[in-house]
Design a protein around this ligand. Structure first.
Ligand code: FMN
Length: 205
């Protein structure tokens, strides 16, 4: 008997938006990817922008790295964008990568994990919502916003995070897990619903 395609896990691309040297983003991104991969309903593809050799200037002819990147976006049913906040916005490297796609984002859900000080990256997320609206993506109300004042970002990329422990000893870890899983529940709902919708009828792009 063939498997019900509706039961297949959501292909979730986790995009790490910071490429800065000594960034906190890789630890946070890997922690979140491990947490999502620990669930049955998400098949995680980690897209760390620091690992991609994109051209410095946008080319008119197809670039191999850009083509490979947009193929990975196309495979995904949903996205989690992990973003820091730089001067009340998100990193230029992230905008460059987002702009490589168009159809690849359409009629798919996007959730956010943000981090920064005090506002925990919320300004960056609000600007990203506007960008993804233009791309016909659906942004989730729920986000996970990490205030770096509460945490030890330098320690975020050490150790094995398969248990979902981002910042060992952090009193807020339990709450963070609850919020992260709620967000992933909703990403799963939107991702599966939109995947079925796209299969039933072409999106009016
Ligand atoms: C150029 C720059 C601008 C920043 N602006 C903000 C800001 O507006 N709000 C904020 O909360 N943190 C700001 N920060 C602090 C970052 O949130 C913090 O350094 C964080 O670790 C950056 O993410 P990354 O380490 O993954 O690059 C800024 C950092 C940089 C490098």
């Amino acid at each position: 008997m063939s498997e019900d395609p509706r039961a297949a896990p959501l292909r979730t691309a986790v995009i790490v938006g910071s490429t800065r040297e000594t960034r906190a983003g890789d630890g946070i991104g890997r922690w979140f990817a491990a947490l999502a991969a620990g669930r049955d309903d998400h098949e995680v593809d980690l897209l760390d922008l620091a690992a991609w050799e994109f051209p410095a200037r946008r080319t008119d002819t197809p670039d191999a790295a850009v083509t490979a990147f947009t193929r990975r976006l196309a495979r995904a049913d949903g996205f989690v964008v992990v973003t820091p906040e730089y001067n009340r916005s998100f990193p230029a490297a992230l905008k460059q990568a987002v702009d490589y796609g168009f159809d690849e984002w359409q009629a798919k859900p996007v959730a956010f994990v943000s981090y920064g000080y005090r506002w925990a990256g919320r300004y960056a997320v609000e600007q990203l919502r506007s960008v993804f609206t233009e791309l016909h993506a659906v942004t989730l109300r729920d986000g996970l916003h990490l205030d770096l004042r509460d945490n030890a970002p330098d320690g975020a990329d050490s150790g094995d995070h398969a248990d979902g422990t981002a910042f060992p000893g952090d009193a807020a870890a339990e709450d963070r897990h609850r919020v992260a899983h709620r967000m992933l529940d909703r990403l799963s709902w939107w991702g599966l619903t939109l995947r079925e919708g796209r299969a039933a009828r072409p999106y009016v792009g």
